[in-house]
Ligand binder design. Structure first.
Ligand code: EPU
Length: 417
């Protein structure tokens, strides 16, 4: 059984480059379907979720070539509108292919995404938006079947902020007829970058990054090249780890502009953070300070994808902290593993109350999802003694090589097959 082994309590020092963003590149890979030609995407991270999405595209007839960290996708020879059932089931973000296929081929068949360890994840906003754009959506044998005589622009107001539903709607509408207005659109950077990619390929989208996005349908998109941005959550994970272990690290390749609230919280916890010319210098030499209250919010609020990692650091804070999760209903699922390090966390009404302890002790723990797994790595780095983290494949969904990155910063961490 593979595991990650960590001998903790070593401060982190050195420089690190941040891998390309997972949640930016996944919808862009779906968007390559709309190009009906060649898309070159630079700085594509080689992580499980990306390889999974690429496998789906390949099984559907597309051709994919890697050149270093550049992925060249040719979607000309797409030969089916049925997304391979088992592959789609095991990755939630495959739902993003629904909008792209309806936009390109006017039909799509895709299974409901499977269960998720961070809580219930509905897709009602996605399906409703497709229907409003003129698609007929039917349920058959646990499959979603969509078809349309043509996507027609309209005004769609989302009941809640959803990154995936906003992206899916954009993908469906780009090659549609007329104008689509999305109100209460998600404002996450991952929406902005998808629109930048599509606009570079000839789409006409305005307003990305605001709550109102306007898409004027175009007849076709053209071959294009795009450079992926650094992964803001990977950067945030490293910063949190430095706060937990102490030390001083230079993070290269990001200006931190998409990390505003994370930087704010880490500074409040006592980290010194200097942002200069596409580098972030983080240093910490004291026990972390507690945070009286934070809650996860859609961008630009504190990201749910950083909640678990912050919890690990707060386990050692000098006082009591409260963290409320407002996006997913079971993202404290990981707490039962985190407290094995000797931390004191109680969860009530989706709010964690963390009473900091002076020292964490190594443990044997099980990852059950991506960010929770990264949080266990942070706890292991902070803890005295030898930690073993089982199920590292969950972490590999989003981190190219978390052991390499931390080892380069002086950690005693290795992967065992
Ligand atoms: N929601 C609905 N109905 C819908 C869609 C969403 O009720 O049709 C609810 C969800 O249940 C959730 C909230 O809306 O309570 C927000 O979900 P959202 O749709 O924004 O999430 P997502 O698009 O499925 C992306 C990221 C997640 C990240 C969330 C929130 C990707 C591939 N995934 O998911 O990333 O947590 O946005 O920022 O972009 C991760 O990387 O670890 C991860 C889980």
């Amino acid at each position: 059984m593979p595991f990650i082994e960590i001998k903790g309590e070593r401060p982190l020092h050195g420089e690190v480059d941040i891998q390309g963003s997972k949640n930016t590149v996944l919808p862009i890979l779906a968007a390559t379907l709309l190009v009906r030609g060649i898309s070159k995407i630079h700085k594509c991270p080689k992580i499980r979720d990306v390889l999974h999405m690429i496998k789906i595209l390949e099984e559907m007839g597309c051709s994919i070539v890697w050149e270093g960290s550049t992925v060249i996708v040719d979607t000309t020879s797409l030969n089916t509108t049925v997304v391979p059932v088992e592959l789609a089931k095991s990755m939630r973000s495959s739902i993003i292919l629904l909008g792209a296929l309806l936009g390109r081929e006017k039909e799509a068949t895709i299974s409901y995404p499977g269960g998720c360890a961070i809580g219930y994840r509905a897709i009602d906003f996605h399906l409703k938006a497709m229907q409003m754009l003129g698609a007929i959506i039917e349920d058959e044998d646990e499959l979603i079947k969509g078809h349309t005589t043509g996507i027609v622009g309209t005004e769609i107001t989302f009941e809640g902020s959803s990154v995936g539903a906003t992206q899916n709607t954009i993908l469906a509408a780009v090659l549609g007829e007329g104008i689509t207005y999305i109100k209460n659109a998600a404002r996450e950077p991952e929406v902005i970058h998808l629109c930048k990619f599509l606009n570079a390929a000839g789409a006409m989208i305005q307003g990305a990054g605001t709550g109102e996005i306007v898409i004027k349908g175009v007849d076709r998109l053209y071959d294009t090249e795009y450079t992926n941005v650094p992964d803001r959550i990977v950067a945030g994970t490293l910063m949190a780890a430095v706060l937990g272990t102490g030390g001083s690290v230079v993070i290269n390749g990001t200006d931190g502009s998409d990390l505003g609230e994370v930087i704010h919280v880490l500074r409040a916890m006592g980290q010194t953070i200097i942002v200069k010319d596409y580098t972030i210098l983080v240093s910490s030499y004291m026990r972390p300070k507690p945070i009286p209250y934070i809650e996860t919010r859609p961008y630009p609020g504190f990201p749910t994808d950083m909640q678990s990692q912050i919890l690990s650091v707060l386990m050692k804070a000098d006082g009591t902290s409260r963290v409320k999760e407002t996006i997913f209903n079971d993202r404290f699922h990981n707490v039962k593993e985190q407290i094995k390090f000797g931390g004191s966390i109680t969860v009530e009404d989706n709010m964690a109350i963390i009473d900091g302890v002076p020292k964490l002790k190594a443990s044997e723990v099980y990852a059950s999802e991506l960010r929770g797994g990264a949080a266990l790595v942070i706890a292991g780095l902070m803890a005295e003694g030898r930690t073993k983290i089982y199920n590292p494949h969950f972490i590999e969904r989003g981190y190219e090589d978390i052991c390499r990155d931390f080892r380069n910063l002086g950690a005693d961490i290795r992967y065992h097959d």
